[in-house]
Ligand binder design. Structure first.
Ligand code: ZN
Ligand code: ZN
Length: 556
């Protein structure tokens, strides 16, 4: 198959793919099949497996070697996606043990709020989409065999939280729309049925939880499934054992560096205090003092806005990027439905939509209870807050998202985004900015930077430790508190996240190491011609493809 023929194959494949997975089509903004809702019964999972087999056959009838480089990468991404879908359905079988994977609120929120079409037409689509919601939830309950306790609790919490989507603002939109009375009546009934179906689903799950002879699956994935999931989800050149060993070794390196910095900073922050004998306690004492310097709740938004501007100016004037400062990036208050989880996050334009605004969302800290606000702001103190802006916005997620939309050579690399590349990039950005003089090489910035690295590498240690090495909760608590300087609340949150997710926590540190290694090798290859701006522009021109594929292109 020639490369143009392959591109034709690609668009046929993608259309078939979104038809097969219509809920995913909604979240990436494809614009078709939104009215479809797949009922998650055993037949649907068998159909997904058959879909993978069929398209793997057609894909593999292509002669890989005849393709151009760009198509080769797309080939590998599509192959990984199909193999992964098949493996999820026939081997991992999370549909049988993870009740949290059934939830309609997110896609319905998208239909209601994304301006891809006029409201009336979106409401008609929503009405269609919800016409079998009761079947959806009863099939889900039927498909679940032996769930994990933790994911069952999560499913109840998330589905109950999702009821908001079907609340007053949806009903208002319907009332004020241009739909006919009959249409309004139909969609009104379907929304009511959906709310009831969600409640029934939650009470069904509650029954499972409280049954006297309740049997639950262990949330630990175990080495065999974990290793496989790692391959499909991360698409990295590391094995789990390698990244775990590397994280353990790097932890010691960061501790040593931090000890030196803490000793330097001691007189400035801790004069008159008794020096702890234990080096980790000494580091912690200095970090705690530094953390008292933080923004007031009411100033967080303005501070972050200002930082984004300063960072944009910095990366352009220091020739780190050819970034267009007129890009459509907006710093705004976080929408209510995502509030309460993180202080800030990046929100990308759905890949097919192309046009639109990339958001840097900031939570309203003035609405937090005072104790929580204080604790969050100490964590995101004056130094740490800068890394948050670098990671989430500039030149981390928001910048990368903008490049991915503008420059990705084709849509495959945007719709099947590689999370390891995305998180690895943002984590790389933290270190790269410091190397290039952001923060004027102050020891405070370096110390807090190192704390961020510890958090990222401990993500690997606790994830692998929990799912493959039988780490207990107290092992993890001790590690995060003592060796990564985390608060009780952060430890609790991270432990819970590691329990209900698997592998994803490894993406940050693995991805960063891959970007760093590629930069080092690219520098060697280019010799005198090497230029950091050139490296960044090239690296980001391949869309959100796995770093190991970008590497093949850049190192040719
Ligand atoms: Zn304070
Ligand atoms: Zn991130």
């Amino acid at each position: 198959m020639s490369s143009p023929a392959f591109r034709e194959f690609e668009s046929r494949f993608l259309d078939a793919y979104w038809h097969q997975y219509p809920s995913a089509a909604i979240t990436i903004g494809y614009g078709r099949y939104y009215e479809d809702l797949v009922i998650p019964d055993s037949i649907s999972f068998r159909k997904n497996i058959a879909f993978s087999d069929k398209w793997l056959d057609s894909l593999r009838s292509t002669t890989f070697d005849s393709l151009d480089d760009n198509s080769k990468i797309s080939y590998l991404i599509i192959e990984n996606q199909l193999l992964s879908d098949k493996w999820y359905a026939d081997t991992l079988k999370s549909q049988e043990w993870n009740p949290a994977q059934y939830n309609l609120s997110n896609e319905c929120y998208y239909l209601l709020t994304q301006p891809y079409a006029p409201l009336d037409s979106r409401l008609r689509t929503l009405s269609q989409h919800l016409s079998h919601s009761a079947d959806y939830y009863s099939a889900a309950l039927h498909t679940i065999q032996i769930p994990t306790n933790e994911q069952t609790e999560l499913a109840i919490k998330q589905n109950q939280g999702g009821l908001d989507v079907f609340g007053s603002s949806m009903l208002d939109s319907i009332t004020h729309s241009g739909l006919s009375a009959a249409e309004k009546d139909t969609i009104g009934r379907r929304v009511a049925t959906t709310v009831e179906a969600i409640r029934n689903y939650c009470s069904g799950l509650q029954k499972i939880l409280s049954a006297k002879d309740a049997k639950f699956r262990d949330f630990r994935l175990g080495k065999e499934l974990y290793n496989r999931k790692f391959v499909y989800d991360l698409v990295t050149s590391f094995t789990p054992q390698e990244i775990f060993d590397r994280s353990m070794a790097d932890k010691t390196i960061y501790h040593n560096e931090m000890f030196g910095l803490a000793v330097t900073l001691w007189p400035k922050y801790c004069a008159g205090l008794k020096k702890p004998a234990d080096s980790l306690d000494l580091i912690n004492t200095v970090i705690e003092k530094i953390s008292l310097h933080h923004a007031k709740p009411a100033d967080v938004m303005d501070t972050l806005k200002q930082q984004v501007h300063e960072l944009e100016y910095f990366i352009v004037t220091r020739k780190l990027f050819k970034y267009d400062t007129n890009s459509n990036l907006k710093v705004r208050a976080m929408p209510a439905y995502m509030s309460g989880f993180a202080l800030a996050n990046a929100e990308f334009i759905p890949p097919y939509q192309k046009q639109g605004i990339t958001y840097f969302n900031i939570d309203d800290v003035t609405k937090y209870p005072p104790a929580k606000a204080e604790s969050v702001l100490r964590e995101y103190n004056n130094y740490s807050l800068q890394f948050l802006t670098i990671h989430e916005a500039m030149p981390g997620h928001c910048l990368q998202g903008i490049y991915s939309n503008n420059h990705a050579p084709d849509i495959v690399k945007s719709v099947f985004q590689n999370g390891t590349m995305i998180e690895g990039w943002a984590v790389y950005a933290e270190t790269m900015m410091l190397e290039n003089g952001w923060g004027n090489h102050s020891p405070e910035m370096q110390l807090i930077h190192d704390k961020w690295k510890l958090r990222e590498l401990c993500n690997v240690i606790i994830d692998y430790g929990l799912h493959c090495l039988n780490y207990s909760k107290s092992d993890i608590t001790a590690l995060l508190k003592k060796e990564a300087f985390q608060t009780d609340a952060q430890v609790e949150e991270k432990y819970h996240r590691a329990v209900v997710s698997q592998v994803q926590l490894c993406s940050y540190y693995s991805g960063m190491l891959e970007v760093m290694k590629l930069r080092e090798d690219y520098k060697k290859k280019k010799g005198d011609q090497y230029d950091l701006e050139d490296f960044h522009e090239k690296f980001l021109s391949y869309g959100s493809a796995p770093v190991k594929y970008i590497r093949e292109m850049m190192m040719k």
